[in-house]
Design a binder for this molecule. Structure first.
Ligand code: ADP
Ligand code: MG
Length: 676
C-alpha cells in the first residue's frame, strides 16, 4: 500500500461501512482521495432573480408559495405534465414539471418551495427541472454530481464534505509550484474546495480550469513515463515462420485487401525489428482489422511467443475468440478466452496454461490484467478499441511481457496530431478501403411521423428471412431510465410484430445471459434484437442486414457510424434507418451527413468539428479517451501544455525522485485503473 492516508479506503471515514463502500465503488470511488477528487459535472445556478429581470428562456431558481393543488395530466406515450400555480410576492406564475408525476405527493398548497427551471416570459411559466424544498439551499450554486442508482446526491455530498473536513489538510500539490505560477493554476486544496463549494459560477469556472490541467497533467505524465524512450525502446526481434503463415493465408475464405496487405507487411517489419513495435491501426468499422490482428498473433506464435488480445466488452471478446479459434486452432494454436465470467476452475486452468506456455494466445477483457495472469513468454499485446482503456490498464497488460510488441486498434480514427497527444508516440497505420465485394449500406433518415414506411421495410426484410437490430441510445444520466427506454421499445416492437421473435439485450444483463442472446441472434433464432449501444463494437452477424436506430440525434456521428457498422457484413444489400426528429439546424445537418456518408474518417472529422462547438452527444465513442473534467477537443490547448510540461518533467526527473507526492498519485492511479 502506498504510504499516504489519502489513499486509504473510504471505510476509514467515520460512519462509512462496507455497504456504502461498495456503493461508492460502483461510481469508481474507492479511497478518500477519490472522494475528494470526485467533481461535479455541472453546477446549477440557484440565484433567485426578481421576475422582471429574468430574460426569456433563462434558467433560474424561483422561490415562492404553492398556490394551487398540483395537477397531473397525461398525454402521448407515457408523458405527463404536473402543473400548479406559484405565488412570488404579488405575482402568480405557472410551474410545469414534465414526466415527473411522482412529485405530486411532495408538493402542498401553502408550502414554500424553490424551483429551478427555464422561464418563459410571455406565458409567465416556468418549465421546471428541479424541485428544492426552500430551506435546503441558500448558497446560490448547486454542484451536480454524476450518480447512479446506488448513490444519491445527498449522500455523496455528505461523504465528500466529511472527507474535506477530515483530510483536506493532508492534500499536497502535485503540479510543481513554478508551473502552477506560470499558468496561474490553483493549488490542489483550492481546487477541491472550489470545485465542491464554489461561492459562485465564476469561482467554479476558475477551479475547473485548474482541475482540467491537473487531470491532463497526470494523464500525460503516465504517457510520458510509458513512452519515455521515444520509440527507441528495445524489443525482441521475432523470427516468424513464413511457411506457417502461408498456411493461414490459404485457409482464409477471402484474399486480403491491398490496405490489409500493406498493414500486415508493416507489422511484419516491426515484429522483425530490434525495436519494440508501437503501432496504432486505425480502420473503419468493418474494414477487416481483426484478420490483420490474427496475422500479427500467428506470426508472433510461430516465432515462439505468446500473444494477448484485450477488448473492452465480453460480447466482443467472445466473438473474437470464436473467430480466432476457428482460424488458428487448425494450425495447431491453443486459443483461450478469459473474461470476468470465466468460471473459477476454468480460470485456474487458464492461469496455469498461460504460465507454462501451453496456451499460445489469450483473448479477454480487463480480466487479462489481473495479478494471477502470468505469461511464460508474452511477445505481443493487442488492444482493440484502445481508447476504451486507461493508460494504466494498457500498461498493466504490457508489463506482463518483457517489452512486448504493441498493436493498438481503433475503429474511430482521430487526426494524427490528436492521436499523438492522447496516445503518445505510436506509428499510425490505416486501412482506408473496405474489402471488395461489399455492398455499401443504404442509409436513410426518417422522422417519427414516417414510421409506417420504416415498418413496411422491416416487414419486407423479415419476410425474406433477414434479421434486424433495433437500437435505442443511452440518453440520460441514469442507467435505470435508459434501461426503461429499451424495455419500452422491446414491448412496443413485440406488440407491433407479434409473429416475430423480439428479444431485448442490454448492458446491465449478466455476461452469460448476453452471450446466450448473442448466440441465439447469430444462429438466426431471434428476428429483432432490441438493444442499447452495448452492441456498438465488433459484433458480426451477416444475416442481420437492417438496423433501425431510434432517437438517432442523441448519438454522436462516430457512434452512429459504429452502430451502423454492425450491418452490411454479408453479401446482401443492407439498410440503416436513422429515426430522429431533430429540432435544431445543426441536428438536421447531422442526420443528413450520416445518411449521406459511409466514410468513417470523414464522419470522425465532422464529429470532432461539432464536438469542438460544444456538442455533447459527440462524446461517447468518438475514439478519444474519456476524462472526468477535461475534454480533449474543447480543452485541446490545455492538453498540449500539459503534455509539454509532463514530458519536460519526466525528462528532468525520470524516476520522479523529487516529486514524491506526484509519484504516489501515479502509483495510485495505476492501482486504481487495474481494479476490475
Ligand atoms: P473491423 O474489426 O475492422 O470492424 P472485421 O475484422 O470484423 O472488421 O471484419 C469485418 C468482416 O469482413 C468480417 O466478417 C471479416 O471476416 C470480413 N473480411 C475481412 N477482411 C476481408 C477481405 N479482405 N475480404 C472479404 N471479407 C473480409
Ligand atoms: Mg473489430
Amino acid at each position: 500500500m502506498i504510504d499516504n492516508a489519502l489513499f486509504a479506503p473510504v471505510t476509514n471515514l467515520k460512519g462509512v461501512g462496507t455497504k456504502t463502500a461498495a456503493d461508492l465503488g460502483s461510481l469508481g470511488i474507492y479511497s478518500i482521495y477519490d472522494l475528494l477528487f470526485y467533481f461535479p459535472f455541472r453546477y446549477d445556478e440557484l440565484q433567485t432573480l426578481p421576475l422582471d429581470q429574468i430574460m426569456d428562456g433563462q434558467k433560474v431558481m424561483l422561490k415562492g408559495i404553492v398556490a394551487t393543488e398540483p395537477f397531473v395530466s397525461r398525454f402521448g406515450y407515457k408523458k405527463s405534465r404536473l402543473s400548479f400555480k406559484m405565488r412570488i410576492d404579488h405575482d402568480i406564475i405557472m410551474v410545469n414539471f414534465f414526466n415527473q408525476p411522482w412529485l405530486k405527493s411532495k408538493i402542498e398548497i401553502g408550502q414554500e418551495v424553490a424551483i429551478y427551471g427555464k422561464y418563459n416570459v410571455a406565458r409567465q411559466s416556468l418549465s421546471a427541472f428541479k424541485f428544492v424544498a426552500a430551506k435546503e439551499n441558500d448558497s446560490g450554486i448547486a454542484p451536480i454530481y454524476p450518480l447512479n442508482r446506488h448513490v444519491k446526491q445527498k449522500k455523496l455530498v455528505t461523504l465528500i464534505n466529511l472527507a474535506i473536513d477530515d483530510f483536506l489538510e493532508q492534500v499536497k500539490d502535485i503540479v510543481p509550484k513554478e508551473i502552477r505560477q506560470k499558468y496561474r493554476l490553483l493549488t490542489d486544496r483550492e481546487i477541491i474546495q472550489k470545485m465542491h463549494h464554489p461561492n459562485n459560477g465564476r469561482e467554479a469556472e476558475i477551479a475547473k480550469r485548474s482541475a482540467i490541467f491537473r487531470e491532463f497533467f497526470i494523464f500525460e505524465l503516465q504517457l510520458a513515463l510509458l513512452t519515455r524512450n521515444d520509440g527507441q525502446q528495445k524489443g525482441y526481434p521475432k523470427d516468424y515462420d513464413l511457411k506457417e503463415i502461408a498456411k493461414l493465408t490459404s485457409s482464409l475464405p477471402f484474399e486480403l485487401s491491398a490496405d490489409q496487405k500493406q498493414v500486415v507487411n508493416e507489422i511484419f517489419a516491426d515484429l522483425h525489428s530490434e525495436r519494440q513495435m508501437r503501432r496504432l491501426l486505425q480502420g473503419d468499422v468493418g474494414s477487416g482489422k481483426t484478420v490483420v490482428a490474427i496475422y500479427a498473433i500467428f506470426s508472433a506464435i510461430t516465432a515462439g511467443y505468446q500473444a494477448a488480445l484485450m477488448v473492452p466488452t465480453e460480447i466482443l471478446a467472445t466473438q473474437h475468440f470464436k473467430k480466432i479459434d476457428e482460424l488458428l486452432r487448425p494450425l495447431g494454436v491453443r486459443v483461450a478466452l478469459l473474461t470476468g465470467n470465466t468460471k473459477t476452475l476454468e480460470r485456474r486452468e487458464i492461469y496455469r496454461e498461460l504460465t507454462d506456455g501451453t496456451i499460445n494466445v489469450v483473448i479477454g477483457t480487463h480480466a487479462l490484467i489481473q495479478k494471477n495472469v502470468i505469461f511464460k513468454k508474452l511477445g505481443l499485446v493487442i488492444i482493440d478499441e484502445q481508447h476504451r482503456f486507461g493508460v494504466g490498464q494498457r500498461q498493466a497488460l504490457i508489463n506482463k511481457g518483457d517489452n512486448p510488441d504493441i498493436l493498438a486498434m481503433t475503429a474511430t480514427p482521430i487526426p494524427r496530431t490528436l492521436a499523438l497527444t492522447v496516445y503518445g508516440d505510436m506509428t499510425v497505420s490505416e486501412i482506408h478501403h473496405l474489402p471488395s465485394g461489399r455492398k455499401p449500406i443504404i442509409s436513410v433518415w426518417k422522422t417519427s411521423s414516417q414510421m409506417k414506411d420504416v415498418y413496411q421495410q422491416m416487414k419486407e426484410q423479415l419476410a425474406q428471412g433477414f434479421q434486424i437490430y433495433a437500437v435505442t441510445p443511452l440518453i440520460t444520466e441514469s442507467e435505470t431510465l435508459d434501461l426503461k427506454n429499451a424495455e419500452e421499445l422491446h414491448q412496443k416492437l413485440s406488440h407491433d410484430f407479434p409473429d416475430q421473435k423480439v428479444v431485448l439485450l442490454h448492458g446491465q444483463m449478466p455476461g452469460p445471459k448476453k452471450d446466450e442472446i448473442m448466440e441465439c441472434f447469430a444462429n438466426g433464432d431471434i428476428n429483432i434484437l432490441v438493444t442499447t449501444s452495448v452492441i456498438e463494437v465488433g459484433v458480426d452477424v451477416a444475416n442481420a442486414n437492417m438496423m433501425v436506430i431510434y432517437n438517432a440525434d442523441r448519438f454522436g456521428l462516430s457512434q452512429l457510424h459504429q452502430l451502423r457498422g454492425r450491418i452490411g457484413r454479408g453479401q446482401t444489400q443492407s439498410y440503416c434507418v436513422f429515426v430522429a426528429d431533430p429540432k435544431t439546424d445543426a441536428g438536421k445537418a447531422r442526420m443528413k451527413v450520416i445518411a449521406a456518408t459511409n466514410d468513417g474518417f470523414k464522419l470522425a472529422e465532422e464529429d470532432l468539428k461539432m464536438r469542438g462547438e460544444g456538442d455533447l452527444f459527440g462524446k461517447a465513442q468518438s475514439g478519444l479517451p474519456e476524462f472526468r473534467v477535461g475534454d480533449v477537443v474543447n480543452n485541446y490547448n490545455t492538453l498540449v501544455v500539459a503534455q509539454k510540461v509532463a514530458r519536460e518533467l519526466v525528462k528532468a526527473d525520470p524516476g520522479l525522485k523529487d516529486h514524491k507526492t506526484l509519484k504516489q498519485v501515479l502509483e495510485y492511479k495505476q492501482l486504481e485503473q487495474n481494479r476490475i
